[in-house]
Design a protein around this ligand. Structure first.
Ligand SMILES: [Zn+2]
Length: 336
């Protein structure tokens, strides 16, 4: 089996995916029409042309604009379902999806509307596509602590649908310590925690996410390489990093894929995983991310499979569910 086929067919597990970031320009236009919303673009092609980013903030500005077309429960269902079909194409067998409630509640969309649409699609994903999934709610870190507490309150009646909380949006200027109290409350309520850290921000954000937010995974975390002690700590503790290669090059965290440190971190024994982040904006879903890394870094089949093995270990499912995922991976590797 050649490497491209191996990568395509490899069972994959995604742990860093913002559902709002799967809004393809075509769907943005469909939903704008359905909900009679004016877009500042004349065509899906024009939207694509606008996806030239210089940093995280330049992306976020257009990302929040795009999310304005999401109004009804059905919109959130359609968005999630379209992503799950991409998962099926890419042999993603399990996915843990982020959503940003504040992006929607700030526009007057009810929290329950958002979660109901996403959850219904994920139930259909399990039934019709055999894809297991979990939902993680993210706080927007550029907003204040009070707003995060409000949204946490809204999430409490939906504990059965939400496994954890995370922290995303503009990292620079909004360090993890700003949300120490709200994360503490979230943990008391039984949520697991993750946080974006060390994407554009300094290594201190990784240390503080571990120490003050008690996270079970670091989202991105690639800047850990700036600090040898931290790399050793992450390797020893097997703290998972959900790395997003195409996102990192698109947002200039690394100039080129060949400069990316993901393979080096993997070989130094860190629990590194590959993820797509906001695939509609960054040029590819899971298979594309694997291919992009493999194109610039020589990887064995064992190493490619290790990305999935790490993601299974890092996932928020029960040991029994992990066993099922490992059987799928091992079954594929044995015949490849
Ligand atoms: Zn992200």
């Amino acid at each position: 089996m050649n490497q491209a086929t191996f990568i395509h067919q490899l069972p994959k597990v995604e742990l860093h995916l913002h559902i709002e970031g799967t809004l393809e320009p075509e769907m943005m236009f469909q939903l704008a029409q359905r909900n009679q919303i004016d877009l500042p673009f004349a065509s899906p092609q024009e939207v694509k042309a606008a996806y030239e980013f210089t940093n995280l903030q330049s992306f976020l500005d257009i990302y929040y604009q795009g999310a304005n077309v999401l109004i009804e429960e059905q919109d959130f269902y359609d968005l999630t379902w379209a992503y799950l079909l991409k998962c099926q194409q890419d042999n993603v067998i399990h996915t843990e999806i982020f959503f940003d409630p504040q992006t929607h509640t700030a526009r007057g969309i009810h929290f329950d509307t958002v979660i109901a649409g996403i959850d219904r699609a994920m139930k259909d994903g399990l039934e019709q596509l055999g894809i297991t999934s979990r939902i993680i709610m993210c706080f927007l870190r550029h907003l204040d602590e009070e707003s995060a507490f409000e949204v946490l309150e809204m999430a409490l009646p939906h504990k059965d649908k939400i496994i954890g909380v995370g922290l995303d949006s503009s990292e620079l200027g909004h360090p993890p310590e700003k949300f120490e109290r709200v994360f503490s409350k979230a943990r008391d309520e039984g949520f697991l925690t993750v946080a974006h850290a060390g994407e554009e921000g300094p290594v201190n954000n990784i240390y503080n996410s571990l120490e003050l937010l008690n996270v079970s995974r670091i989202d991105h975390g690639v800047r850990c390489a700036d600090d040898e002690q931290l790399v050793a700590l992450l390797a020893e503790s097997k703290m998972p990093l959900t790395v997003c290669p195409l996102s990192n090059t698109k947002l200039k965290v690394f100039d080129e894929m060949r400069d990316h440190n993901i393979v080096e971190l993997l070989r130094r024994g860190l629990c590194v995983t590959i993820n797509s982040d906001d695939p509609a904006y960054f040029g590819g879903y899971m298979t594309d991310n694997f291919l992009a890394v493999a194109e610039c870094h020589a990887l064995s089949q064992e190493e490619l499979a290790l990305f999935t093995r790490n993601a299974i270990n890092a996932s928020f499912v029960s040991e029994a569910e992990k066993r099922v995922l490992r059987e799928k991976l091992d079954g594929f590797v044995a015949t490849a």
